[in-house]
Design a binder for this molecule. Structure first.
Ligand SMILES: C[S@@+](CC[C@H](N)C(=O)[O-])C[C@H]1O[C@@H](n2cnc3c(N)ncnc32)[C@H](O)[C@@H]1O
Length: 222
């Protein structure tokens, strides 16, 4: 979020969301809203997802990508869906307005695209003056929205939730509410992907492991 973003109140954010014990109360706004990301970050997760989706033979999926930052994760998902020929709609959400603007623009430097194959660059980007722009057909299936992780009630019938590297800072209560909220908004066989070191306590009750080491889970029927 821009330092000029007047809507953001660090004290309210800390009080509502942040686990101050683990974060020792020292972190600044920039740390909570740190936008570190990349295309195909933890490649094995995307490969696993690709194989799982191929087997499931779904025709269309609705995806919620929470904490999407500057869009690389969202566009990586979109490329995977396109490659396995699944029609899709992705909601990419974040509270950092500046990052969301980058996501919507979909413009990246050559170095950002290093994890992509030549074919992926050709198929999904157009290069103008050394800047790589995400093609319209991919962008048209993605909506980027300024939304916080605790405002998920409007979503339903979601097939896949991807929320990585955001929960780590958050209070246990916020993490557990998140677990309950996504259990509700997912379809019966819905899948969740978390960051490598993230696992809310409530997950034990609400989700089954597809692959625990990759933090990929399936909604449990209760
Ligand atoms: C480290 S980035 C992770 C980006 C991406 N998910 C990945 O793993 O590559 C964490 C993102 O979470 C966002 N974020 C922090 N608090 C949030 C909240 N309460 N609701 C939604 N997004 C939030 C930050 O703005 C940041 O873009």
């Amino acid at each position: 979020m821009q330092s000029t973003d007047k809507e953001f109140d660090l004290e309210i954010y800390k009080k509502e969301f942040v686990d101050m014990k683990s974060n020792q109360g020292e972190l600044q706004k920039e740390s909570f809203l740190n936008s570190t990301t990349g295309f195909f970050r933890d490649l094995e997760v995307f490969e696993y997802l690709k194989e799982t989706l191929k087997k499931e033979k779904k025709k269309k999926i609705r995806v919620l990508n929470i904490g999407c930052s500057t869009g690389e994760e969202t566009y990586s998902l979109a490329m995977v869906f396109q490659e396995v020929e699944i029609d899709f709609l992705i909601f990419g959400t974040d509270i950092n307005e500046e990052s969301l603007n980058c996501s919507s623009r979909g413009a990246y430097e050559k170095v950002d695209l290093l994890p992509l194959s030549k074919k992926q660059k050709e198929n999904f980007f157009t290069c103008v003056d050394d800047t790589y722009f995400v093609n319209k057909n991919l962008k048209s299936k993605i909506m980027f929205l300024k939304e916080s992780i605790n405002h998920l009630k409007k979503y339903n019938e979601i097939d896949l939730v991807v929320c990585r590297n955001l929960l780590i800072y958050l209070k246990k209560e916020v993490q557990n509410t998140f677990a309950k909220d996504i259990h509700k908004l997912l379809k019966e066989d819905g899948i969740v992907v978390l960051g490598k070191s993230e696992y809310p306590e409530e997950f034990d009750k609400l989700f089954d492991n597809i692959d625990f080491s990759k933090k990929i889970f399936r909604k449990r029927k209760l």
